[in-house]
Design a protein around this ligand. Structure first.
Ligand code: GDP
Ligand code: MG
Length: 600
């Protein structure tokens, strides 16, 4: 397939507008997968993806398509992208390998926050965009209104919009002809030396590291030697081919193709996303690559009681092979022992990582209160990026002289009757309005600059609940801004628990402290002795609760009773203990850590 017979395109949309379903239908009509085969949403391969109905990893599928009007065959590479804001990094990566995109919009819901964000990602990457108004089978579908929004927001020609139902199949016959006729082919040079972009990598038990690549110039054959411009290491191509969507070896990849290579890399750490690979001894200009993933949320991961450090270490190593966007370093907590500090792209990413550790690797983990990366400046002039509040210097010779927190620019789309409550919420979260406009007669788009800390936790839930579920929300990271921040310590029986320390805004410390101790009181089980729970800023106690001692031993009632009942009770206790960590003499359940992060 020469470049003019190749189309690399992506499907972008707000979550739930139907891009995975549409992708499946396209794979079906091209005979790439059999109709009705197996599970719905073929491209969502991970268990978490199926369970949560979200796409986490971008997936690629090649399709062979016969374009009847011109009587010619095309190779179409479809790159499915994740819709959630945490994974926008995956989206921009996928787009780098594409020349065009299908922008899917739900005909009833219209343009939403992620539609806006994804449109701009694609537009700024210079892609040609075909709007697809999907779900036209719904009784509340209003394609004309969506067309007007596309025109007013993005200046897209409404007459070019395709109307589809990925569910009933209506209008689907127009999609692939439009891809072929309206999107350009890749513009690389077949007769130039090889340059290929490393898009993604994962680890396969049998084949080792598998790299997804886009061949920009030249071509690549099995047996050839390639070099990485990022690491200078060289490799022999052991296998190359296309994702169809299962790996299908072709032994060769031509200009403009998207496919995979196996090259004997030992670990995905050698496969730098955005790297340029070329033939050994040839001299080429590296491709622009991508800006590195930014870690927005950090949290500690510790083995829960009854599971050991080594198996958690092993599980994390394995999983990071598959998700290179997580950064990991070892850390030690006085309260929790040896564990890991991990950086994530967002809270959902963190949850997904946690869930995959448990589901795919059987790990039993306690995760500590997440934090965003702050910057602190000390009296000696040094500056640190703080990813663990516990490590904020408490050395009296080293005072904090200034601090900065990361901010985001949030896009919120709501029906106009909810403007009041949303403005109130955003100002409670220390937001600053930077844009306010109508996208049609009933909907408002607002942009706010907000501290990241204020939105990673529960902001979206709150926003949904005050707008009866109508608000949609997306954000991109922005700069650091100066803020009055303090470290809030939690003390159990007078002892500070390092794993529970958080950084909060000075003005909110009192209220947050009170709420935290009240929550902890609810979530920590009563023990045989009294427990005091306190919140402190520096040496000042700002809140206090007491959890009274348990009166009866669970076994007391069984005194002299039969042994099986006793065993059952003990087993039940043990089960309840699964996700616990003993700190000093107090058992702390995972829920307590989860609740801590919901206070802001
Ligand atoms: P994604 O998040 O954009 O990948 O969306 P999905 O493809 O997972 O679809 C979200 C939901 O919308 C699923 O329950 C689909 O069955 C449903 N859906 C997708 N396309 C259509 C359509 O054309 N009509 C209707 N009525 N439902 C659809
Ligand atoms: Mg999906």
């Amino acid at each position: 397939y020469p470049p003019d017979k190749i189309r690399n395109f992506s499907i972008i949309a707000h979550v739930d507008h139907g891009k995975s379903t549409l992708a499946d239908r396209l794979l079906e009509v091209t005979g790439t997968i059999k109709k009705g085969l197996g599970q719905p949403q073929y491209l969502d391969k991970l268990q978490v993806e199926r369970e949560r109905g979200i796409t986490v990893k971008a997936q690629t599928a090649s399709m062979f398509y016969r374009h009847e009007p011109t009587n010619s065959n095309y190779l179409l590479n479809l790159i499915d992208t994740p819709g959630h804001v945490d994974f926008s990094y995956e989206v921009s990566r996928s787009l780098a390998a594409c020349q065009g995109a299908l922008l899917v919009v739900d005909a009833a819901q219209g343009v939403q926050a992620q539609t806006v964000a994804n449109f701009y990602l694609a537009f700024e990457s210079g892609l040609s965009i075909i709007p697809v108004i999907n779900k036209i089978d719904q009784p509340t579908a209003d394609p004309e209104r969506v067309k007007a929004q596309l025109k007013s927001l993005f200046d897209l020609d409404p007459s070019g919009a395709l109307l589809t139902s990925a569910k009933t199949g209506l209008g689907l016959e127009n999609v692939l002809p439009a891809v072929v006729e309206r999107l350009p082919g890749p513009s690389g040079k077949p007769d130039h030396p090889l340059r290929m972009l490393l898009l993604d990598s994962y680890y396969d038990e049998y084949k080792g590291v598998i790299c997804h690549v886009a061949v920009v110039d030249g071509r690549l054959r099995k047996g050839e030697k390639i070099e990485s411009s990022a690491t200078g290491m060289s490799y022999e191509i052991l296998d190359a081919g296309v994702m169809n969507p299962e790996l299908k070896s072709t032994g060769v990849l031509y200009t403009g193709q998207v496919g995979y290579v196996v090259s004997g890399m030992r670990s995905t750490k050698e496969a730098r996303i955005g790297d340029t690979l070329f033939h050994v001894k040839s001299t080429v200009e590296p491709l622009p690559g991508f800006k590195p993933a930014k870690h927005m949320v950090f949290s500690g991961l510790y083995p829960a009681d009854g599971s050991d450090f080594d198996s958690l270490n092993h599980a994390i190593e394995k999983l990071t092979c598959n998700d290179a966007s997580v950064c990991v370093s070892k850390e030690t907590s006085t309260a929790l022992g040896m564990g890991f500090r991990c950086g994530f792209l967002g809270l959902l990413h963190m949850d997904v990582f946690h869930q995959r550790l448990e589901q795919e690797y059987g790990a039993n983990v306690i995760s500590t209160v997440p934090t965003v990366p702050y910057i602190f400046e000390y009296s000696d002039g040094s500056k640190v990026e703080l990813s663990n509040p516990a490590t904020l210097a408490s050395n009296p010779g080293k005072r904090v002289t200034a601090c900065w927190e990361p901010t985001v620019i949030a896009t919120i789309i709501i029906p106009s009757e909810y403007v009041g409550p949303v403005i109130t919420l955003c100002s409670e979260r220390r937001g600053e309005q930077i844009d306010y406009s109508f996208i049609d007669s009933q909907r408002v788009l607002m942009k706010y600059k907000l501290p990241l800390r204020e939105i990673i936790v529960d902001f979206y839930n709150e926003l949904k609940s005050i707008t009866s579920g109508y608000a949609t929300f997306d954000y991109e990271d922005s700069d650091y801004q100066k803020a009055d921040l303090v470290k809030l310590d939690i003390l159990l029986n007078g002892q500070p628990v390092d794993a529970m320390a958080t950084i909060v805004h000075d003005l909110k410390a009192q209220r947050i402290g009170r709420e935290l101790v009240a929550k902890l009181k609810k979530f920590i089980d009563r023990q045989m002795f009294e427990i005091t729970i306190q919140a402190a800023v520096g040496s000042k106690i700002i809140a206090r609760e007491t959890l009274s001692a348990m009166r009866k031993n669970v076994l007391a009632k069984c005194y002299g009773g039969d042994i099986t009942r006793k065993k059952k009770l003990l087993e039940k206790q043990k089960e309840g203990k699964k996700r616990m960590k003993r700190v000093g003499s107090v058992d702390i359940p995972q829920e307590a850590f989860n609740e801590l992060m919901k206070v802001s």
